[in-house]
Design a protein around this ligand. Structure first.
Ligand code: DX5
Ligand code: ZN
Length: 214
């Protein structure tokens, strides 16, 4: 399983220490949750902070923008050296154009769906994206309970990907642990985001390895 630990649950007073164990761990990517207090009812961190994280982190950066008008920040995300830029379906009036802008900037493009947004809205964009990020909690906060219906959505998405020949990876975000992770893997997920399960564990590196081993 590809694992993307979410920085939101890290010790912000010791980002250097957090990046030290993470760089040595089985983590594949680092998931960065940018929130604007408008698209979601919370504010996390912005680019001035992430610039320092990017310098310390040796893993590819998986940026999840929970902001309105994410297309305004393609250059900022590119300047971080991000591997993938995820934008919310619900935040983009012209999603096809935004995906094109992300690709032109040389990054992988991901589209994210809130729990109440059906997989069927992806029908006409699935062949253009590199990843679909399904939210398994309502975005805005870490440490929430996994929404069980997500596994049904993963199966629907897997079917859509197979039918269209899309190469998109399926990533899941929210309430992921080894139990929910196992169900998600069985349903067809490729990538697991985990915040609290990893960063708040007595041994984060070991918790990360448990998810990698699923
Ligand atoms: C929630 C964020 C998540 C969050 C997940 O809005 O998108 O990435 O950090 O946290 P956990 O794994 O603790 O649910
Ligand atoms: Zn996220």
């Amino acid at each position: 399983m590809i694992v993307s630990p979410s920085l939101l649950a890290a010790d912000f007073a010791d980002l250097k220490g957090e990046m030290e164990w993470l760089n040595q761990s089985s983590a594949d990517w680092l998931h960065l949750d940018v929130m604007d207090g408008v698209f979601v009812p919370n504010i996390s961190f912005g680019f001035p902070v992430l610039k320092h994280v990017a310098k310390l982190c040796k893993k590819p950066l998986d940026v999840h923008l929970m902001i309105v008008r994410p297309e305004k920040f393609v250059q900022e995300v590119k300047d971080l050296g991000a591997y993938i830029m995820n934008v919310h379906y619900e935040a983009c009036t012209h999603l096809h154009r935004v995906i094109g802008q992300i690709h032109e900037a040389g990054m992988k493009a991901g589209v994210t769906l809130n729990p109440a947004t059906p997989v069927s809205v992806l029908q006409d964009i699935i062949e253009d994206v590199d990843l679909v990020l399904l939210m398994s909690v309502n975005p805005g906060f870490g440490g929430q309970k996994f929404i069980p219906h997500t596994t049904t959505k993963v199966k629907e998405l897997r079917k859509l990907i197979n039918e269209t020949g899309s190469k998109a990876l399926i990533e899941i975000d929210g309430g992921v642990n080894t139990q929910t992770g196992k169900l998600l893997k069985e349903a067809g997920a490729d990538v697991l985001v985990a915040g609290n399960y990893i960063f708040k564990a007595p041994n984060p590196s070991e918790a990360c390895a448990q998810l990698s081993a699923l």
